[in-house]
Design a binder for this molecule. Structure first.
Ligand SMILES: NC(=O)c1ccc[n+]([C@@H]2O[C@H](COP(=O)([O-])OP(=O)(O)OC[C@H]3O[C@@H](n4cnc5c(N)ncnc54)[C@H](O)[C@@H]3O)[C@@H](O)[C@H]2O)c1
Length: 369
């Protein structure tokens, strides 16, 4: 850890995700104090009491505090851009939750400001820290599956449930693709290390009638290399879950209609991940006198108490970001890389809206879902 001294860290947004981050930051030896800003002062008072954090009611005062080098933005999506830009301009390192913003122009502005100020901006794609998905990345990087040709993701989950939730409102959410599915396309971009050229997404009329955003998609996207990825998403079939959506619920949700399975096929082998079955598998392809062969060569699982690390590993993400800022290292994922995932999400929204394939090159600034 070198000689970096412990820092004061700010959390902007004291909802579910803010609490998550506060709890993770407690495990970092590099954090000496956590301060929280949220326009909801009742929430601040509660957090002060329940989590022993300091609180700040004036954003400007927090941004002027030179003893705070790093802020985590865990506010609702419509606040991300303004908070990120102001924090970067105040010289803070910024971790911003996904989606970057509710429209592409805002996301582009965030990256431009990060580059202009030479600032630190990392977007919360924590699946890149997941032990499960990192293993697949290592297999791809080591050439064990060869050139990736095809990936498939099936994701079925329960509704967010509540009426009037900001996540399901078009203006404050920015669209289901960014709010929910950005993780699952970012992961594939990370595995494949190639740029997406074109996307085609279709959505059927909603099951959840009061959502302004789509609750379902079939989406296909094609990379420059020719590799093709497919994502099928459906919200609502899984048993209603009324708890904190961020808690580790793999055991509770297994078998109740939740599904999150990837298949990745290369020209030398394949990989499969299944969160709710807790499985990770690998195959090697070959050829013999009979023809094409496939050999199942690896089969892994993990314990329920490891679910967090193997799935949404926001814990290691938070600690890694603190460490990077303390050591003066760049973000794990460059802002332009996160922006490319964001562009894919908005292209998918545009495609489903216009009922046609969308080339990412045709996306100008200011596209809204
Ligand atoms: N990475 C993940 O897996 C994951 C999971 C859940 C949520 N998230 C993201 O985290 C963010 C927060 O989600 P949540 O579940 O905590 O929502 P939430 O509704 O529980 O909390 C949002 C909080 O933001 C506060 N807020 C609104 N405007 C603000 C502003 N200008 N400045 C500071 N705070 C402001 C609200 O008062 C509220 O307390 C969202 O961007 C969401 O997409 C990410």
């Amino acid at each position: 850890m070198g000689s970096a001294s412990a820092m004061k860290v700010a959390v902007l947004g004291g909802g579910n995700m803010g609490v998550n981050v506060i709890e993770h930051l407690r495990d970092s030896p590099l954090v000496r104090e956590i301060t929280v800003f949220d326009p909801d002062s009742a929430k601040l008072a509660k957090l002060q009491h329940s989590h022993g954090v300091s609180t700040e009611h004036e954003l400007e005062r927090l941004l002027d505090d030179v003893t705070i080098p790093l802020v985590f933005i865990t506010a609702s999506n419509d606040a991300h851009k303004s908070l990120a830009v102001r924090a970067l301009e105040a010289g803070k390192a910024v971790m911003c939750e996904k989606p970057m913003a509710t429209n592409l122009a805002d996301a582009e502005e965030m990256v431009a400001v990060a580059e202009k100020t030479n600032g630190f901006l990392q977007v919360g794609f924590e699946l890149r820290y997941s032990h499960l998905y990192t293993r697949v990345k290592q297999w791809v990087d080591a050439g064990l599956v060869g050139r990736v040709r095809n990936t498939q993701c099936t994701y079925c989950t329960s509704a967010w449930g509540r009426h009037n939730v900001w996540r399901a409102a078009a203006g404050t959410s920015g669209g289901m693709f960014g709010e929910k599915l950005s993780h699952y396309v970012d992961l594939v971009r990370w595995w494949v290390q190639d740029e997406v050229e074109e996307v085609y997404a279709v959505a059927a009329p909603n099951v959840i009638s009061y959502y302004e955003v789509h609750d379902n998609y079939h989406c296909t996207y094609r990379f420059k290399s020719g590799a093709v990825s497919q994502l099928t998403f459906m919200m609502a079939p899984a048993a209603t879950f009324q708890g904190d959506p961020l808690q580790n619920a793999v055991s509770q949700q297994a078998g109740d209609g939740h599904a999150l399975r990837y298949m990745l096929y290369g020209d030398r082998g394949a990989a499969e991940t299944d969160v709710f079955l807790r499985t990770l598998k690998r195959w090697e392809f070959g050829e013999d006198a009979w023809g094409q062969t496939s050999k199942w060569v690896e089969n892994h699982t993990w314990n329920p108490d490891e679910d967090f690390a193997w799935f949404h590993n926001t814990h290691d993400q938070a600690l890694d970001i603190v460490r990077r800022v303390a050591m003066g290292e760049p973000p794990m994922t460059a802002p332009r890389d996160a922006l490319e995932t964001t562009r894919l999400c908005f292209a998918a929204e545009l495609s489903s809206k216009e009922g046609r394939p969308v080339r990412l090159a045709e996306l100008g600034a200011g596209v809204t879902p």
